[in-house]
Design a protein around this ligand. Structure first.
Ligand code: C2O
Length: 395
């Protein structure tokens, strides 16, 4: 809620080169709803040539802004990084606890806000206020592969080398089970024969979507996640301290996925892991020298960019991935009749983002402002909603 936001005090990484999100106490203007819907988000794999070029040009210009500019690509990535993996801390009662926009009911609205300001900045950079952030349409069979637009390595600002290249042209898994599959489990070529194996995985993906959106997404808590519980870590510590004598050596740990809604926990997470490059280059051990990322637990992870929350915003694909995550929320709250939380604590929670590339100014926006995308001046291509193949994919 607002209390939490007001007390966001520290952006802790001393080595960061880029600006932190606007501090909680800056003077911010209040968000005003957009008067009309001007932007229609389209499936990335169906974009016209012209719109592909526009998207590339906008990203190229954003990447060309100096890193110190709050709407530069580097700063956008840094904003996401700040809000996860323990980089940001808040200090309500002199306890310095990490703050995260994942693993709770903050996930959907925060990411909607974040890509809204990103989309607007891109449009401004190419002087087109109808520019809409294309979505990676992974819930439809034709979109179940990383769109070629992002894979072309030639002078392409949407390309990123920190991806698990061997998987990118294969049929995706919308379920995390591929991690447990034997390492030699065959990857199924997306453009290969549409044989039984191919069909079976497509069907499985559609069932995952049905599970995420309908069967397992009944009600706000199930779909959007649990209330942010700022005391969870402290309580865990206490619990472990108390039970020390009883259960020698055995420590309770917090399973953060338990507080995620199905929107965050399922296809969203699976695709982060699917795209992110794992392991250090050249088979070296994962360390600081082999571009490992230091987690706040002190260990290095070699899941790069999309595969690691802190670094995910460095891959341009991240934003089109989240455009579809956002679309899944939109479909849930329109077509599927899902209702968000009624708690004022959620509705009035607010964040501050920079708006306007020319003269960036901090804008305060509340969760209640973003519940209907029309308030933000965008919607999703109605064509892509006519036939949602997962709607009937009961297991
Ligand atoms: Cu902030 Cu897909 O995560």
């Amino acid at each position: 809620g607002d209390k939490v936001n007001e007390s966001l005090v520290k952006c802790t990484d001393p080595n960061r080169e880029f600006p932190c999100p606007p501090p909680a106490h800056v003077k911010a203007v209040d968000f005003t709803p957009e008067p009309t819907v001007k932007r229609v988000r389209q499936p990335a794999h169906l974009l016209s040539r012209e719109n592909q070029e526009k998207y590339k040009e906008a990203i190229a210009r954003m990447k060309a802004l100096p890193a110190s500019h709050p709407l530069s690509f580097a700063a956008q990535a840094a904003i996401h990084e700040s809000y996860c993996d323990g980089h940001y801390r808040y200090d309500p009662a002199e306890k310095n606890r990490p703050f995260d926009v994942h693993f709770s009911w903050i996930f959907a609205p925060w990411h909607r806000m974040y890509i809204y300001f990103y989309e607007k900045a891109l449009g401004q950079l190419i002087g087109d206020d109808t520019f809409a952030l294309p979505f990676w349409n992974w819930d439809a069979p034709a979109g179940m592969v990383v769109p070629p637009l992002f894979r072309d390595p030639f002078a392409n600002p949407l390309y990123n080398k920190n991806r698990e290249q061997s998987r990118l042209d294969k049929l995706v898994h919308l379920d995390l089970d591929f991690l447990n599959a034997p390492t030699d489990a065959p990857l199924i070529p997306f453009d290969g024969p549409k044989d039984d194996k191919y069909q079976a995985l497509v069907n499985k993906n559609l069932c995952t979507m049905y599970q995420q959106q309908i069967r397992g997404g009944k009600g706000a808590r199930a779909f959007l996640g649990e209330k942010l519980c700022s005391d969870a870590d402290a309580r865990l510590k206490e619990m472990n301290a108390r039970s020390k004598k009883r259960r020698r050596g055995k420590k309770a740990t917090r399973d953060k996925t338990k507080s995620q809604g199905s929107l965050e926990r399922m296809a969203h997470t699976a695709l982060h892991v699917w795209v992110g490059r794992s392991g250090a280059p050249d088979g070296k051990a994962c360390s600081a020298d082999t571009d490992g990322v230091l987690g706040h637990n002190g260990a290095y992870t070699c899941k790069n960019d999309m595969g690691f929350l802190g670094a995910a915003g460095r891959d341009p694909l991240f934003y089109s991935h989240h455009s579809n995550v956002d679309r899944m929320w939109h479909i849930w709250s329109t077509k599927l009749g899902g209702e968000g939380f009624k708690d004022p604590e959620w509705l009035d929670a607010s964040f501050v983002f920079y708006d306007d590339v020319e003269s960036p100014r901090p804008v305060r926006i509340k969760f209640r402002d973003v519940l209907d995308t029309r308030n933000l001046g965008y919607t999703y291509d109605p064509e892509a909603e006519k036939d949602l193949p997962w709607m009937t994919s009961k297991i």
